[in-house]
Design a protein around this ligand. Structure first.
Ligand code: KMH
Ligand code: ZN
Length: 278
């Protein structure tokens, strides 16, 4: 089994300090929160940014500021994975802007593989948009993390692969438990993993109370794990997490108990095939 890649998603576009007062908003807060999570064992940062008032942003300058600081960390820092999902209110151009202009280019970016209900909203990702996102990433040598909220999105991803728009090694993020999308049940995780092409790697991002049980399953099954305030703001029922690092630390403890070693950023790059397309 490969070593375990832990991705931290320190903040998404939806939850705020009203949900958990520890949400990072400013550049300094983002860097601080991500750094503690890395020290705890995360090797990938799935990066959304916020304005100082907490509203979601896709401003490339904001991404650049956080990314540069993370890259200065010992050992070259984590793998930075830019969110192209943004907020449901973001335009296509806003979502794509950071992957087009950031220098140096980010190593990874998320690529959601279809349209899905998202709470009371719709997360809009029609086929032509997927092609455009995949083409933009390919042109810059940015490795996509293929985000899967529903089973049909795997079929959509394979269509992009057939069109030659994806790297040889495919890496998926199985996002389960989003209200309006596929529930975060063990059966759904097993089904999705069995539906992936052979040789692909996968991470699970269980939202809310599904984060922990699905993380445990992934550790046992040879998958990888994402945790963080984007997906879940609680440590356990009725108890808010004190930091993203606290959520990472728990995954590290579980992995150690189960004799699964945790990957460094350099080891994560090897597992994800990063470098081959750069
Ligand atoms: N905030 C969601 C609408 C991604 O980062 O690529 C989309 C999202 C996915 O978070
Ligand atoms: Zn995200």
């Amino acid at each position: 089994m490969d070593k375990l890649i832990i991705t931290v998603a320190p903040v998404g576009a939806e939850t705020t300090r009203q949900d958990n007062p520890q949400h990072p908003y400013t550049v300094d807060e983002m860097v601080h929160e991500a750094t503690l999570a890395l020290q705890a064992g995360a090797s990938v940062v799935h990066l959304h940014v916020r304005n100082d008032d907490g509203t979601p942003s896709q401003d490339p300058a904001r991404f650049q500021a956080v990314m540069e600081r993370l890259q200065q960390l010992p050992g070259g820092g984590p793998i930075v994975q830019i969110s192209t999902g943004g907020a449901v209110s973001a335009t296509v151009e806003e979502r794509l802007a950071p992957v087009k202009v950031l220098e140096p280019r980010p190593e990874m970016a998320s690529l959601t593989c279809g349209t899905v209900n998202f709470g009371n909203d719709v997360f809009w990702n029609p086929p032509d948009m997927l092609v455009r996102f995949a083409e933009t990433m390919k042109a810059r040598g940015i490795v996509p993390e293929l985000e899967i909220f529903e089973a049909g999105m795997i079929t959509n991803a394979m269509k992009l692969a057939k069109q030659g728009l994806l790297p040889e090694h495919l890496h998926f993020d199985l996002v389960l438990g989003v209200p309006g999308a596929m529930a975060g049940t063990p059966r759904n995780l097993l089904f999705l993993v069995e539906s992936l092409p052979s040789g692909a790697s996968w991470t699970v991002a269980g939202t809310g109370r599904t984060e922990l049980p699905l993380a445990l399953m992934a550790i046992l099954m040879g998958g990888h794990v994402r945790v963080g305030f984007e997906d879940n703001v609680y440590y356990r029922k009725g108890e808010l997490a004190t930091s993203n690092a606290q959520l990472v630390e728990r995954v590290v403890r579980l992995a150690r108990e189960l004799d699964r070693e945790v990957a460094t950023p350099a080891e994560a790059r090897q597992i994800l095939g990063i470098g081959e397309t750069r």
